[in-house]
Write a protein of this length. Sequence first.
Lengths: 281, 257
Amino acid sequence: MSRARLFWRKAVNNVMLTLTGVAALGVVSVLFLILGYLIWNGGASLNLNFFTQLPKPVGETGGGMANAIVGSLKLLFLAAIMGLPVGLMAGVYLAEFGGKTFSFVIRYTTDLLNGVPSIVIGIFAYSLVVLPVKHFSTLAGGVALAVMVIPITVRSTEEFLRAVPGNMREAAMALGASKWKTIATVVLPAASGGILTGMLLSLARVAGETAPLLFTAFSNRFWSQGWEQPIASLPVMIYTYAIAPYDDWHRQAWAAGLVLLGLVLVSNLGARFILARTKAV
Amino acid sequence: MEKTTSPTTEHQVRLKISDLNFFYGPKQAVFGLNLNIPTNRITALIGPSGCGKSTFLRTLNRMNETIRNTRVEGAVLLDGQDILKMDVVGLRRRVGMVFQRPNPFPKSIYDNVAYGLRINGFKGRLDDLVEKSLRRAALWEEVKDYLKKSAFALSGGQQQRLCIARALAVDPEVLLLDEPCSALDPVTTAKIEELMFQLKDSCTMAIVTHNMQQAARASDYTAFMLDGKLIEHTETSKLFTTPKDPRTEAYITGRFG
């Protein structure tokens, strides 16, 4: 091989290595930039009051977003109890029972649903839950988020079930277990860590959604009792506060962003922890 | 196959297979197979890869039904009852299976052995049966202090014996072994073979193996299969010393396969 050619190969190799490395570094630095920026701008407003007090009227400084934090948790709770069971069961169907054609249709539809813009899902929940009763409600926000949780859960559940070795299913069947018994007693427990991780991640993913909540859960400057009233949530609060013309509100919006990111980060770490623990068994 | 070499005349028959055909979709894998598997003896199935011996073994507890688009013709009688007409759960409780690769569940050693009992609604002292099964599989001494530990912590050979214990826990009449030693080292293989020898008093065994020494060492009867057909079936000592069929001779002397 000629020297020139060898030199060229090495050069291309180095250039590509650098390019991919820079891209990877860029991905990581974006997250740290956001985190740093949030801490820089919102860190100061993050005190005990932020977690315990209601928002103050315009003009008064201080106050907090306790209602929005609880509101986000309530909405996520609704999304979880409505979306996760459906997603889980559809995932089990896809991985364990589905035939070829029907499974393909479901899988394809799920992927499409996953790609539907969140604002469209908001309109869907609006016409389904808000219009009939003619007022915004926590329930409507929960429905919107549940619709977003379902496709993510379906696909992650399916993936983790498929990763369970087939010979474990055979072992259970050879001992006289029926198909459902095999799934319930061997396959699901074996995949439980992964499935739980997928669920947590799907909730973390919708925790930051704003658009579907704008005309379903709307917002609320006070505590929201029960499930029938409009409710505040962190992302909608961030949106409202960030576009308001008051400096104090801007600082609070940054702080809310920090809390939201912290929530997502914690659930991600929790998910990783669960996965690592179940893998070790 | 000549009647004089058939084991039927000497022993009670546990499994009587007649005119068995098996199809994967349009492709036939087993052709008109007739075979008697004698009670409390070890029958080895040998033959080159793809000759249908594993497929045949898996028809005996109807494991092939888990594969889509398969079809069975003929009859398999277990103590005179047609297994194809039996309840599949009951059949698999009576005909246990051990697979090529150890496949313990991601559960504790105890729960692995107790699994078959639990799903069959066993109401009794589980502890005793778990111990008994582990003893029968010659694993008790090694694991008795670690019953709550994950089965994945065991070595490959121990895992395979655990799988045998798990199969034995429901007290099957027949144990099917599908190349149970192919993933194990020679020392562990010897242990499994010794274990099979001890189980002979209480259990009928059929073992698929690629290892002809293993068939010669461990079995009482050997069946040689080729291209989905049974070529020869007789006492192991006869098959390996004076094979009747030239194809059997060619295979056991290593001229093909």
